[in-house]
Design a binder for this molecule. Sequence first.
Ligand code: 5AD
Ligand code: SF4
Length: 441
Amino acid sequence: MRRYHVTTFGCQMNAHDSERIKGMLEELGLGEAPALEDADLLVFNTCTIREKAESRLAAHMGLAKALKDADPERRLAVGGCFAEVQREHLFEQFPQVDFAFGPGSIAELGEWLRAERSGARGSFGIGEERRFSAELPARRERSFQAWVQISIGCNSVCSYCIVPTVRGKQMSRSAKEVVSEVERLAKEGVREITLLGQNVNSYGRDLPAAERKTFAELLRACDHVGGVERIRFTSPHPKDFRSDVIATMAECESVCEHAHLPAQSGSSRILKAMRRTYDRDRFLSLAAEMRERIPDLAITTDLIVGFPGESDEDFEQTLSLVEEAGFDGAYTFVYSPRYDTEAASLPGQVPEELKRERIERLIELVQKLAREKNRARIGSTEQVLVEGTSRTDETLLRGRTRRNTTVNFSGTAHAGDLVDVHIEDATSTTLRGAQVKPALA
Ligand code: 5AD
Ligand code: SF4
């Protein structure tokens, strides 16, 4: 049997696509190889949102070439957003690549594999009509957790972002299809689903009027299915986060007390240049409204430092936003110019050294706040969905709370169980505790 190995760089959307790539390859009769070295087909599913993903790919291409040299029967494929953006340049940069495919053409993998047997090379499905990978077979990482794609593409015009160019305009799946997928997953015993879209809050606006549903309505319908204990969603855009979604989060029991709300900057001037269409005050009042209406809510965010024209004063505003919003956690990024984006040609590009200095200060503050937030949980009992054993200590179990914090704990539960854990200690990234009751069946 031929064996494949998929390496994923990128966002959750990309990780979700990788599950479909694996599902397709298995349906075509290939088996998964535990490591790159053991595989006949090496697939890299790549991101292009920031420069870092590309340098990671470049670093792996050397190894892939060595493996191909060692066994000329090996094939190397590059898929995902990077392949979509680079198109034919990909083969100039990495001649060892046999084929490239865009994120919308996972379904055609089978055709390519058949053609490859007769010696075909090149790219396929790049720049073509996009399809939901949701309809393809999937090989899920964990049987009790699943992603459900609700839309692809994005209609925003954030000036730093390459996503709209790569993934195209927003295309929503019909609510009927989404709900029936949730029903199927519930029957299979899935306990946690994450609704996925580039901007979940603008879900449905592109659907024909007769079948149009808002994101709040979709969220309610998914909650209504029953049997799935936890519903999450990512990512929302603050500009479209309306009161109806907040009310739904507050009222629907299965919807978790966590919102990932990307702020990007705390300076209204920079937010304007980013074309985020909200300002600092609007963001803070949204966060305050959410906290007021959803008890015990965790808010996490994305922040970019070093956007073109960002002054010391603008950066200080980002630091003060972090404190005022009281984020429970944040992903922090150094701005990187992306091909054909508006921001890449703006004047006032910030020197690398200053970007580094700023991100270090920002990370320090984010970690300090996250530690305080996590320490405030000491003494409480949290419901945890067990995911496996701790990454650093095999004698401990690991799982996540409804607020999406990782917990390492002592106990007797198994992956997929929901258990109560008494929290005894905390760092900026994890909680630590002990299981208090036997697992709920
Ligand atoms: N440079 C740095 N960070 C970026 N992001 C998106 N584009 C860029 C860029 N050009 C960040 C944003 C977004 C997250 C997924 O990646 O913070 O929310
Ligand atoms: Fe995801 Fe965007 Fe990266 Fe594509 S470019 S993998 S959509 S973050």
